[in-house]
Design a protein. Structure first.
Length: 496
């Protein structure tokens, strides 16, 4: 997530007829069958909660910076083309901003329960696909904002999400300059216009495959097959290609309900681990995830000997890539998670070496560099990860690690204390783990199927234990290396 001062905003008006991508069209069809494909986050603030009206005015003053958030989808009659974005003539900000209070004692557990319920609810297709909840009565006197938006709203890495324009780098920052002209919804296209536009597009651009919703549903498979071939040639997916994802309690039929929790960590702790053991912060994050999953699976009496899970990790590709068919600039890396290893240092080294090998043979920006790309906002990467996650064959779960600002952010003068991201879970993937860095801290957000992972709190506890165990292992390794170095510098008396 980036602050308002750092966002390069493309505020040009979006005309009627901006058609959604074939990939997003297929995912929207999946949602009709009950999938939940929105991305989200929980932001926790210090200080008393602002009034609902103050938040509404704050958001309203910035909506012109994200014009897509006043648009909704219009379906083409007779399924003759993909839906298009149109201005919502009935747009009402009061519908999209919700207000909730937590029951006593108002601690993190009540907030997590509320977040899980919100993330389980579908977005209304007849309105712009986003919501924001103001949650007050936190036990420590703070408040929270829960954001939820469909990943189709952010359809490229240069797109802007509403959360990117709400925060300021100073507590008393002035509001953005108002728009030159007040927003007025343009007339809705008629069904006849929508159908005519789709038929003309099909005749003039047959490669768009816009002739029917059924054709649109077939496009992601063709795109994925082509991308998979390219990436396999480059070595990025060579790990996933060797075998399918092993069966685990994480890979079961997913229902409509969700659980959500989070774990905090100091970014400096993960940096110290990578300095001691080599690799990157991203390698260390994958290692603690592997350690936590191994502990959790053994808690559930799963035999983890020689078990290696496969995690889908989004990576960025060069801006001049010609892989336009994917509709974005993020690809999938298949990262091994050796959950059968119980030595956390051995886990990190195995992951580090595997990803280093993939980086050397790939034409993409390696997963190890993703956290260095400060220009990529976390909602953007989460949206791309949501797309990638739906092509879930060969993966046990999605693990995203995306950069956030390393400066303090504010909303209406209140300090943003913590930020926890959400990546949606895919079919037969009951767990998704998203990580975001902010102001020297890491927030691990764990979204799970309600029934499949009724003990999600156990996994969260094991994640915290895995971080500490890897930190302890790194300290022991560093002391051992220091001792060997000191011994090497000490003269041998017998050699004199």
């Amino acid at each position: 997530m980036t602050c308002r001062a750092e966002v390069s905003v493309h505020s040009t008006a979006m005309g009627h007829g901006h058609r959604i991508s074939p990939v997003d069209a297929s995912f929207l069809e999946r949602e009709k069958a009950g999938a939940r494909l929105h991305v989200a986050s929980v932001a926790v603030f210090e200080g008393p909660a602002p009034s609902w009206d103050a938040v509404r005015e704050h958001v309203e003053a910035r909506l012109h910076l994200v014009p897509r958030f006043r648009q909704r989808l219009a379906e083409v009659p007779l399924n003759q083309g993909r839906a298009v974005w149109v201005d919502d003539p009935h747009f009402n900000l009061r519908y999209h901003l919700r207000h909730a209070g937590l029951p006593a004692p108002g601690d993190d557990e009540e907030l997590k329960v509320l977040a899980g319920r919100i993330f389980a609810q579908s977005l209304d297709r007849t309105k712009p696909l986003w919501e924001m909840w103001l949650v007050d009565r936190l036990g420590d006197g703070g408040f929270a904002l829960i954001f939820k938006s469909h990943h189709a709203l952010v359809d490229g890495i240069d797109a802007v999400d509403i959360t990117q324009v709400l925060f300021d780098t100073e507590p008393d920052a002035p509001p953005p300059a108002p728009p030159e002209h007040p927003w007025v919804a343009r007339p809705l296209p008629t069904p006849a216009q929508l159908l005519s536009d789709a038929l003309i597009e099909r005749a003039t651009h047959p490669q768009a495959l816009a002739h029917s919703a059924r054709a649109a549903l077939d496009v992601p498979r063709r795109i994925a097959d082509t991308a998979r071939d390219r990436l396999a040639d480059a070595g990025v997916l060579s790990f996933a290609a060797r075998a399918s994802a092993p069966p685990t309690p994480l890979n079961v039929k997913v229902g409509p309900h969700r659980r959500y929790t989070w774990v905090d960590a100091e970014l400096s702790q993960l940096q110290a681990i990578k300095d001691s053991l080599g690799g990157t912060v991203n390698d260390a994050i994958l290692a603690v995830v592997a350690g936590a999953l191994g502990r959790y699976l053994r808690h559930r009496a799963v035999d983890t000997r020689d078990l290696v899970l496969r995690a889908l990790v989004p990576i960025a590709v060069p801006a001049d890539s010609d892989d336009a068919a994917l509709g974005n600039e993020v690809r999938a890396l298949a990262a091994p998670l050796p959950v059968g290893l119980e030595d956390p240092v051995a886990q990190l080294r195995a992951i580090r070496d595997s990803i280093a090998e993939l980086d050397e043979t790939s034409d993409a920006v390696g997963a190890r560099r993703l956290t260095e790309l400060q220009g990529l906002a976390s909602p953007t990467i989460m949206s791309q990860a949501a797309r990638l996650a739906q092509r879930q064959q060969g993966y046990n779960l999605v693990v995203t690690n995306v950069p956030g600002p390393q400066v303090t952010l504010y909303l209406l003068g209140r300090r943003l204390r913590a930020l926890y991201p959400v990546v949606p879970i895919a079919e037969r993937q009951a767990l998704g783990i998203a990580v975001v860095s902010y102001d020297g801290r890491l927030g691990f957000g764990l979204l799970a199927d309600y029934d499949a992972l009724g003990d999600l709190d156990v996994l969260a506890r094991e994640l915290r234990a895995a971080i500490d165990a890897l930190g302890a292992g790194a300290s022991i390794s560093q002391r051992a290396a220091s001792g060997r170095s000191k011994a090497a510098r000490t003269p041998d008396p017998s050699a004199v």
